[in-house]
Design a protein around this ligand. Sequence first.
Ligand SMILES: *[C@@H]1O[C@H](CO)[C@@H](O)[C@H](O)[C@H]1NC(C)=O
Ligand SMILES: *[C@@H]1O[C@H](CO)[C@@H](O)[C@H](O)[C@H]1NC(C)=O
Ligand SMILES: *[C@@H]1O[C@H](CO)[C@@H](O)[C@H](O)[C@H]1NC(C)=O
Length: 272
Amino acid sequence: MRRLRLAAALLLFVALPLAAAAAGGRTSTAAPAAPPAPPNATAAMVKGGCKAFAALIAASPDASSTYASAAGGGMTVFCPSDDAVAAFAPRYKNLSADGKASLLLFHAVPVYYSPGGLKSNNGVMNTLATDGSARNYNFTVQNEGNVVTIKTGASGAVARVKSTLLDADPVAVYVVDRVVEPVELFKPAPSPTPAPAPAPAADAPKAGKGAAARHRAAPVVADAPGPDADDDAPPADQKKDSEKNAAAAGAPCSRWFAAALTAVAVGSTVLA
Ligand SMILES: *[C@@H]1O[C@H](CO)[C@@H](O)[C@H](O)[C@H]1NC(C)=O
Ligand SMILES: *[C@@H]1O[C@H](CO)[C@@H](O)[C@H](O)[C@H]1NC(C)=O
Ligand SMILES: *[C@@H]1O[C@H](CO)[C@@H](O)[C@H](O)[C@H]1NC(C)=O
């Protein structure tokens, strides 16, 4: 009888830490599941009347890689209809490769806006073409009655949002009736007041003028993080890792201590 009880105590001694280890293992590996791939904005454009614009993006490696990497962090695309792209073709062909990429990236913002969110977030928005204060590439979104419009300081006409092609958080795609002209590439509208002096480049990003640097820019109005927000926070991740390691290193000691206490308690009950 006594032997049986001792065996039971020994079992507890072995089983408790194992159970604790199993439970600990479960909680520490319960990392959040990988997020599903974001919806394919290009496919929505091809299907929904922005085939020409999607083809221009596909022909620009700079633009297509930025569109692809921005989608996961939230993105709203304003794609000009096929008619609008055809009407703009002569002026588009006139742009340099870098100008073409900037114009394409200018038609998306690094924030997801549902149709309702778009109507309630009027104002200046930075785009995927924005690179700090050196390359503003922003436009102004406004409601005119029930219509959402996009305008810039360039002399080109105001673009209107005509329809929703895709609304699937974190990506939305809207069709606009014209190519939106950034003031950085096209003639500015005549202004009664002289333009203000350019701001000092104190907060210009360290990275170069490539697409990777450009799409890092945070939106001016909305405070949602840009597509690369996660990449910019290695210290927090490292801290988390070192805490995890410390916890992992400390855990077995306390488990064995608790198990030993239990064994002693059980043992003394048995012997009493
Ligand atoms: C998105 O759709 C386009 C056009 O249908 C296709 O060429 C591309 O490979 C798709 N991209 C992804 C990541 O599935
Ligand atoms: C192309 O660029 C040249 C030089 O900047 C300009 O004179 C011409 O008007 C432009 N053509 C079009 C179609 O925009
Ligand atoms: C938008 O861009 C223009 C130049 O194109 C710049 O003067 C203005 O300060 C920018 N606005 C914001 C809010 O960044």
